[in-house]
Design a protein around this ligand. Structure first.
Ligand SMILES: Cc1cc2nc3c(=O)[nH]c(=O)nc-3n(C[C@H](O)[C@H](O)[C@H](O)COP(=O)(O)OP(=O)(O)OC[C@H]3O[C@@H](n4cnc5c(N)ncnc54)[C@H](O)[C@@H]3O)c2cc1C
Length: 498
């Protein structure tokens, strides 16, 4: 049996392990953490359950496929509950837009908010569907290891004007500035600045429309745990608290891994789900890095960092939506400060998760388990004088976040807090081992997408394959699940080397 090692039990790694196992490989998964799910970990404190990371489930069929590989049903393992609205977007002037519903409801909401944009929005809906057909259906799970593949799809990408940013694309159809923000913020969910992310990512809007936005009952961590159970039931060997220090190499071919505990494990192929830039910088021995050198990785544009404040609250806020986006006054300027100037601004925008709206089991009766996610600069040190000292910035940002929540959607919040803690980009660097502590690996710009992104088959080492946020097609749960599908194109060559 062909032996495969997967480094990392994030959603991309677990999906890869399941697909390999279904194809008859002998699979072992190693992760440095004590739990599966990677960025989708879970914290349990004083009766409150906090999903650490992803909360928005789109493209449920990608999860269903993994259970179907073994003749099983995802819905029996974990239930997905559709949400309406998908998100509530609250603007700095207090107005709200409830985003989600059927096409007719969406059009009506746009008409009520900005009548002049109704016809433009209907055209936008048709356009994002055609982008989805190319960007997701044709290219999402296609292998992009050769320039010829890129050249073949270039005409379609140019016809769809993938050189435009998501914001500029949306602005062609929508005039109202608030609505432009509603229909362009989605790249932030995959680590991109809407002003620099290729408009291919407008396909996220169609992904949301096609199958809605759902919540995994029990939390996303329950979904990760269910995938881990499926893996183990099917004979995948899962090793937690077991980091990989290096990929071992002979004659330019990956032969296995050296673990943090000095143990060596051999395999016929290695699949890395760890953060792609970190795989090359930390796990591939320097002498084999011909393409992915430090200099090349330094030139890449990294996604933003994240500050996440978790709150267990002895009170409920029944008017909250499950997902709320609180937008500050500034949009483009704020994003430029975070992505380009490495500035922690006074003016914050955030995403608020209130899962007890949908699943009361996640907090004690009458309580809320909330998290507020604030995009912040990464730890990438382009100018040492601008480095953020998180021991100082953390408490300040937590206080500002609480004040903003209290002034907007959670009145008197601070009087009722039971549990409060936060993570900064240092957590992502130290626990999840991401380069510069990014939340989403590299940005989804045009020149870092498809063939320009980390290839799913390594150019530097034979027998090394990559899945996960930094690889094609990109970050977010649908993206990393698709990266594991891409891997299937290489199963035959993996077997041939065994
Ligand atoms: C706060 C937050 C909210 C998000 N919200 C959403 C959302 O609502 N919807 C959505 O679709 N996406 C969301 N995302 C994005 C999504 O969570 C990620 O893109 C996706 O989960 C990344 O999966 P991955 O396969 O790349 O693996 P990761 O989750 O990055 O996991 C990789 C694993 O590899 C391990 N590892 C690293 N190095 C080593 C090593 N040397 N040895 C062993 N193990 C190693 C890590 O510890 C980790 O467990 C969110 C992300 C964050 C951070």
């Amino acid at each position: 049996m062909t032996r495969a090692i997967v480094i990392g039990a994030g959603f991309g790694g677990m999906a890869a392990a399941l697909r390999l196992r279904a194809a008859g490989f002998d699979v072992q998964v190693f992760d440095n953490q004590a739990q599966v799910g990677g960025r989708a970990g879970v914290y349990r404190k004083q009766g409150y359950t906090f999903d650490a990371g992803p909360t928005v489930i789109t493209a449920p069929f990608l999860f269903d496929e993994l259970w179907s590989l073994f003749g099983e049903s995802r819905s029996e393992a974990v239930a997905f509950k559709p949400l309406t609205p998908w998100y509530r977007i609250r603007f700095a002037d207090g107005r709200c837009f409830n985003y989600g519903g059927t096409d007719a409801e969406l059009v009506e909401r746009v008409r009520a908010f900005s009548p002049a944009d109704t016809a433009g929005y209907q055209r936008l809906l048709r356009k994002v569907e055609s982008i989805y057909k190319v960007g997701f259906e044709q290219l999402g799970a296609a292998p992009f290891h050769s320039a010829s593949k890129m050249l073949a799809v270039l005409p379609q990408m140019l016809a769809l004007r993938s050189d435009r940013s998501v914001y500029s694309f949306v602005s062609r159809y929508i005039q109202d500035e608030a609505l432009r923000r509603v229909f362009s913020f989605q790249p932030l969910l995959v680590g991109g600045n809407p002003f620099h992310t290729t408009s291919i990512y407008a396909l996220i809007q169609h992904l949301e429309r096609k199958d809605g936005v759902s919540f995994a009952m029990g939390g996303t961590a329950a979904l990760a745990a269910a995938m881990a159970r499926l893996m183990e039931d099917q004979g995948v060997r899962l090793h937690l608290n077991c980091g990989v220090r290096q990929i071992t190499v002979e004659d330019g071919r990956a032969t296995g891994v050296l673990l943090d505990n000095e143990q060596q494990v051999s395999a016929d192929c290695v699949i890395a789900n760890a953060d792609a830039p970190a795989v090359y910088r930390r796990l591939v021995p320097p002498r084999w890095r011909r393409k992915w050198t430090d200099a090349r990785i330094r030139r890449q544009k990294f996604s933003m960092g994240l500050f996440v404040l978790y709150l267990g609250v002895r009170k409920q806020f029944p008017d909250l939506a499950h997902h709320t986006v609180l937008l500050g006054r500034r949009y483009k300027e704020l994003l430029e400060e975070i992505f380009h100037h490495q500035l922690l601004s006074d003016d914050i925008s955030l995403y608020l998760h209130a899962p007890t709206r949908t699943d009361s089991s996640l907090a004690p009766p009458g309580c809320e388990s909330l998290y507020a996610l604030v995009p912040v600069p990464t730890l990438e040190c382009r100018q040492p004088s601008k480095a953020i000292d998180w021991t100082v910035a953390g408490p300040t940002l937590a206080a500002r976040t609480l004040a903003l929540l209290e002034d907007t959607v959670c009145p008197n919040l601070r009087d009722h807090i039971d549990v409060q803690f936060y993570v900064t980009p240092e957590h992502f660097r130290d626990q999840l081992r991401t380069e510069h502590g990014t939340g989403f690996s590299i940005q989804p710009t045009l020149l870092q997408s498809a063939w320009f992104r980390y290839h799913n088959r390594s150019e530097d080492l034979r027998g090394l394959y990559l899945v996960g946020a930094g690889t094609h097609p990109g970050a977010g749960l649908p993206g990393v699940l698709c990266s594991a599908k891409v891997l299937e194109h290489y199963f035959d060559e993996m077997r041939a080397t065994a």
